[in-house]
Design a protein around this ligand. Structure first.
Ligand code: ACO
Length: 322
């Protein structure tokens, strides 16, 4: 059986930065509250007309260039997103066209903040089965488009961005394992309650907005992420000490610290970008991975534990030898 190695990484963030001080001017919040409760200092927000596919394309082009792969070599494109440009075609199809990658399968995966891990898991299976040789996996979002900018409980948390990886079938170990789960009975705690089939509302933005019971999401997230990291280590027969870097979903610094504590990992071995990016949903894990590699923290050959948790609820992890 082939292995699936990451051979290129890319990232793309909108130029526009919105700081906590900017939000203080618009809603009843403070920089101190946002920093203390979440660790967030700023987030990038797409300008008018800038779409999820624009960000996905920026990240994908950087990942392809880093890998030395021409788009025509791609056998598969999977995009994790919950904020597609349009209902259809999928963002992956739009991206395929922009890149000039011809005829390969291209589809989106909607698993909210776990979207990138889900997409990576799909690509891993195709690569390891021998069905494809080269795959592009992207996590891309413009969550800002579905926020209620008057709801201080949600709008301060999110940002826009995309990260991408190019994967290639190889003899050497890369993606060691992926683990994905969902429990739809928690759907009401974090959701966007309107849509094509359920219908839209006669409200601002047609009723499109993220609704979240933050406290309850927080508690389940901490518990569930502890379980998924244990599941991942058990499956590999590894001790916590074997992990070089934790690359967590960037929703809240307190959730990240709780998972690091569970792993007995010092924060020096955890990649943190939530302060600068906020929660970019499916973009968050690949953006953090890219950040860790580009600034020289995360090195080739090291063992990485990627994890995420999001609406659904969905959750997942990937054990990766870089
Ligand atoms: N500024 C100032 N005060 C605020 C703000 C704000 N932006 N937001 C809420 N408050 C107030 C509340 O109204 C409340 O006031 P009250 O006590 O007078 O009622 C108080 O602050 C405490 O609110 P809590 O919601 O209890 O605050 P908490 O410490 O739980 O932090 C937070 C809220 C940051 C949302 C946290 O619960 C959290 O991070 N939850 C998890 C989010 C997450 O991980 N989501 C998963 C992924 S998202 C996805 O899948 C799309």
């Amino acid at each position: 059986m082939a292995e699936a190695r990451i051979i290129g990484l890319g990232a793309c963030l909108p130029e526009q930065v919105v700081t906590n001080a900017d939000l203080e001017k618009r809603i009843d919040t403070t920089d101190a509250w946002i920093r203390e409760r979440t660790g967030i200092e700023q987030r990038h927000i797409a300008k008018d007309g800038e779409t999820t596919c624009d960000l996905a394309e920026g990240a994908a082009r950087e990942a392809l260039a880093a890998a030395g792969v021409d788009p025509s070599e791609l056998d598969l494109i999977v995009v994790g997103t919950t904020t597609p440009d349009v209902i259809f075609p999928s963002t992956a199809c739009l991206l395929q066209d922009r890149l000039g990658a011809k005829d390969c399968p291209a589809f989106d995966v909607n698993a909210a903040c776990t979207g990138f891990i889900y997409a990576l898991s799909v690509a891993e299976k195709y690569l390891k089965s021998g069905a494809v040789k080269t795959a592009l996996v992207v996590g891309a979002e413009t969550l800002s488009r579905m926020l209620d900018w008057n709801d201080r409980g949600t709008c301060v948390l999110f940002g826009d961005g995309a990260g991408a990886v190019v994967l290639r079938a190889d003899q050497r170990q890369g993606i060691i394992s992926t683990h994905i789960h969902a429990n739809g009975s928690y759907r009401h705690l974090l959701h966007n309650p309107v849509g094509v089939s359920a219908g839209f509302k006669d409200e601002p933005n047609h009723g499109v907005r993220v609704m979240m019971a933050g406290n309850e999401v927080f508690r389940v997230a901490v518990r569930t992420l502890a379980r998924i990291v244990d599941e991942t280590l058990d499956a590999a027969g590894l001790d916590k000490s074997a992990i070089d870097w934790l690359i967590p979903h960037q929703a809240n610094l307190r959730i990240i610290k709780a998972t690091a504590e569970h792993l007995k990992m010092p924060m020096e071995r955890v990649v943190v970008t939530v302060n600068k990016h906020g929660n970019t949903s499916a973009g968050s894990v690949p953006l953090a991975l890219h950040h860790g590699v580009r600034n020289g923290q995360v090195q080739e050959g090291q063992l990485l534990l990627l994890e995420a948790f999001g609406g659904g609820f969905t959750w997942g992890s990937a054990l990766v030898r870089l």
